[in-house]
Design a protein around this ligand. Structure first.
Ligand code: SF4
Ligand code: SF4
Length: 443
């Protein structure tokens, strides 16, 4: 029977810009790329050179920490450019697409044969196919360790952003692949949790029987980290795995067809628009997805916790949302005197708190970073009951033991504490760096 996970904290304000449930297929781009910028912890090693021909499924780079984890080309063509950032850190491998597609082929499986294939064969096939990294392991959310049997696998149907692609669009005509994916997860763990937002439920008839838990409709109740925090009962469960519904479909489609699935459903949102979902190819160029923009816009891969991206770059392996935010780069004159009817406000500073009309986010910080005033807003909004201000102070004084004892590793990096802090302290970044430094020390 489906259970409900109750949650009292999160971002409950209605935002404008919600994508429409219709879907458009856009023309193929001229280039695609595999970005290394959205892959946590990766130490990339290039496997191709400039001008090399590649098929769909050809490995482009691997993770030096485990060379079995490869990232493959989502298209057929030629390596047009290898883009490096500071200190020659790999940014992306750009492929000029050809019209005719050629695939690296693997032996396909049938739904009936899944139970007879050894677990290690499944894992190796997914690693060679460039999809094992779809499985992420808590608490760091690094690529799952295949040697370890997870106590629980959490599948979130709702992405990681308030405006992530709607599961109705993602799962349309994919019931067979989703069923196969769930059977696959049952091979890896005895406990598979599938969560859906309450407001998505009635549109998900085909996959409804697999949903084990519903969650509230406010961000980030559907984040696997929040779900784990609510469900875990033992220390062991801190090493559970998670996978998004989109990635579960990719894994299942790859095993069923023996070829790398290139289709992606993405959303592009802006507060003044109600755009349809977009069907495109993995790694499509950002400017191909967002269209023409002026200089006063910032493009991010999430409202609260995404990275900002250059229009000339490409969408990453884990990214399914692009948000266009107004970025006027000037402070509003006497902004504190404006009633702020469309501004979201957690602290009830603006009159907008009196209306239920959708609110608009922008990049304006409305001030500079100041010292913590112990207002407690960050604690009041944190969905996993942390006191981010205490953890921040422990980390800034290099007291990792204290930070851990305050629950640092439960942080799901939702970005809400930094968003709500009136002193503009980059709490999420500070906590994220603390978690990453602790994880790398243990590696
Ligand atoms: S919201 Fe900011 S100012 Fe308020 S307690 Fe948290 S860190 Fe301090
Ligand atoms: S500490 Fe901040 S980023 Fe982490 S879960 Fe709480 S609100 Fe989200």
């Amino acid at each position: 029977m489906m259970k409900h996970i109750s949650l009292s904290k999160g971002f409950k304000t209605l935002l404008s810009g919600m994508p429409d449930l219709s879907c458009v297929q856009i023309p193929e781009p001229e280039t695609i790329a595999v970005s290394a910028m959205d892959i946590p912890y990766i130490r990339p090693r290039l496997l191709v050179k400039k001008n090399a021909p590649v098929k769909t499924g050809t490995p482009l780079f691997c993770d030096k920490r485990n060379p079995c984890i490869v990232y493959v080309s989502p298209g057929t063509g030629t390596v047009q450019q290898i883009v490096f950032g500071e200190r020659r850190r790999l940014k992306e491998v750009v492929i000029a697409l050809e019209k005719k597609e050629a695939f690296i082929r693997f032996e396909p499986l049938s739904s009936n044969s899944l139970d007879s294939v050894p677990r290690t064969t499944l894992i190796q096939q997914l690693q060679k196919g460039g999809l094992w990294q779809c499985f992420r392991e808590f608490p760091s959310k690094d690529t799952a360790d295949e040697a370890h049997a997870p106590p629980m696998i959490i599948v979130s149907l709702n992405g990681n952003d308030p405006f992530s692609p709607h599961p109705q669009v993602v799962l349309e005509n994919e019931t067979k692949a989703f069923d196969f994916g769930i059977n696959l997860l049952n091979r890896f763990s005895k406990r598979v949790i599938v969560t859906s937002r309450q407001d998505s439920l009635e549109r998900l008839n085909g996959v409804n029987p697999h949903i084990t838990h519903t969650v509230p409709d406010f961000y980030p109740a559907w984040d696997p980290g929040v779900v784990l925090y609510q469900l875990k009962k033992t220390q062991e469960e801190n090493r559970s795995w998670c996978i998004s519904a989109e990635h579960l479909l990719l894994v299942a489609t790859f095993l069923l067809t023996g070829t790398y699935p290139v289709k992606r459903v993405v959303t592009v949102t802006r507060s003044t628009d109600k755009r349809p979902h977009i069907i495109t190819r993995q790694g499509a160029p950002v400017n191909h997805l967002v269209g023409d923009l002026d200089d006063t816009s910032l493009i991010t891969t999430g409202l609260f916790n995404g990275r900002s991206v250059d229009p000339q770059s490409h969408l990453g392996f884990f990214e399914t949302t692009l948000t266009i935010l107004p970025d006027p780069q000037t402070e509003e004159f006497l902004g504190f005197l404006h009633p702020g009817m469309t501004r979201p406000t957690v602290s009830k500073t603006f009159l907008s708190c009196l209306t239920r009309a959708p609110k608009t986010l922008d990049c304006n910080l409305h001030g500079e970073e100041r010292a913590c005033i112990n207002c407690g807003y960050c604690t009041k909004i944190c969905p996993v009951d942390l006191a981010p201000n205490f953890i921040m102070k422990a980390l800034l004084s290099d007291d990792i033991e204290d930070a851990l004892s305050y629950g640092l590793l439960d942080c799901c990096r939702c970005g809400l504490c930094a968003y709500t802090c009136p002193s503009k302290i980059e709490l999420t970044n500070i906590l994220s760096h603390g978690m990453d430094a602790h994880y790398k020390d243990k590696e």
